[in-house]
Design a protein around this ligand. Structure first.
Ligand SMILES: NC(=O)c1ccc[n+]([C@@H]2O[C@H](COP(=O)([O-])OP(=O)(O)OC[C@H]3O[C@@H](n4cnc5c(N)ncnc54)[C@H](OP(=O)(O)O)[C@@H]3O)[C@@H](O)[C@H]2O)c1
Length: 310
């Protein structure tokens, strides 16, 4: 259990995941939270990061800062995705080791798994094949971060854990069409089509491929649960264990946005992998399970999105 009097540093507290973790910690009565904006502490700057740790000596660290983006951003800036993620995580993890952080949580991603992994993906399928080429750089960085925590535990007997979340969505998501993930992109496009009375929204692919989505507040709940309850040496998947087709997802978002036109699936465009789903039985056996239904999570995300439009 985390001691409420000790300092917790949440790196990336303004991001989708980091802001939900801060909300959750506050709800649970944690007040000793350390946060820094990018302007106050650039995590690419090793000396600055080390100076921050030397001064603050946080007992607990949750690393939710990373360069994150959709397929377009990953394909356009693969060098930055590899360099920045390696640099941020090396700086933060190594400073936490040097300055005696008691417990550390590294947020990885389900893209560490091989492109051809059997589905649903169990933790033991990790490193059985090559990652999906479009996000190879990001995946390699995440693999290195998780391995660094694992090696630190083995060599120094520390408690640096990692989890691999599935696709995340929720309030605070990125709705910029150039870099957003599928849920905010569909929500924004259908909202705009409704406002402009556009008769149809075109969606890439057949809509048949299946994906898993976890509500961000559920991930934050899992992160705090792991910090309090998990001291194991193996990384854990975090997801819902349920998938949905892109068509089913689009129909749900259509209902929530009130868009009344047609959804047109452009089958000349690629579908990606037919199915991507985490096996979450290990985490469920330990005692944590997601509880937000997709419809409910999408409605909250939509409410938040429309409230930010002014
Ligand atoms: N979103 C998903 O679907 C998903 C799925 C699985 C795992 N994850 C993992 O969850 C973590 C958080 O993701 P997210 O979706 O919350 O991303 P996000 O919304 O883009 O947030 C990332 C945060 O990191 C900060 N950051 C990036 N570079 C920095 C730097 N050089 N110095 C200081 N701060 C920096 C950003 O600061 P600014 O606000 O200044 O940009 C931002 O607040 C990542 O490790 C990601 O791999 C996310």
């Amino acid at each position: 259990m985390m001691n409420k009097d000790s300092k917790i540093y949440i790196a990336g507290h303004n991001g989708l995941v980091g802001s939900a973790i801060v909300r959750k910690l506050k709800q649970e009565g944690f007040e000793n939270l350390l946060v820094r904006t990018r302007e106050e502490l650039d995590l690419l700057d090793q000396r600055a990061v080390d100076g921050f740790f030397a001064e603050e000596k946080p007992a607990y660290v949750i690393l939710a800062a990373a360069r994150v983006g959709g397929i377009k951003a990953n394909m356009t800036y693969p060098a930055e995705f590899l360099y920045e993620n390696l640099q941020i995580q090396n700086n933060v993890i190594w400073s936490a080791l040097k300055h005696d952080t008691e417990k550390f949580l590294f947020l990885g991603s389900s893209c560490i798994y091989p492109k051809a992994s059997p589905q649903p993906m169990k933790e033991e399928y990790f490193l059985d094949g090559k990652p999906e080429p479009t996000n190879e750089a990001y995946a390699i960085a995440k693999i290195a971060g998780m391995k660094l925590c694992e090696k630190i535990n083995a060599e120094y007997g520390r408690n640096f854990i990692s989890c691999m979340p599935t696709n995340i969505y929720g309030p605070g998501d990125n709705f910029d069409l150039d870099s957003s993930h599928v849920i905010p992109a569909l929500m924004r496009r259908m909202h705009e089509a409704k406002m402009a009375n556009t008769p149809e929204v075109v969606i890439w692919g057949s809509g048949e491929s299946r994906r898993e989505f976890l509500y961000v507040d559920d991930l934050a709940d899992a992160v705090v649960w792991l910090m309090n309850n998990y001291d194991g040496k193996d990384f854990l998947n975090v997801g819902t264990g349920e998938d949905v087709s892109i068509k089913e997802l689009a129909v749900l978002i259509k209902g929530i946005t009130g868009f009344e036109g047609a959804l047109v699936f452009d089958t000349t465009k690629p579908d990606g992998m037919p199915k991507k789903l985490l096996d979450v039985s290990k985490l469920e056996t330990l005692g944590w399970k997601a509880d937000t239904k997709l419809e409910q999570g999408l409605s909250s995300t939509h409410e938040h999105f429309t409230s930010t439009l002014g």
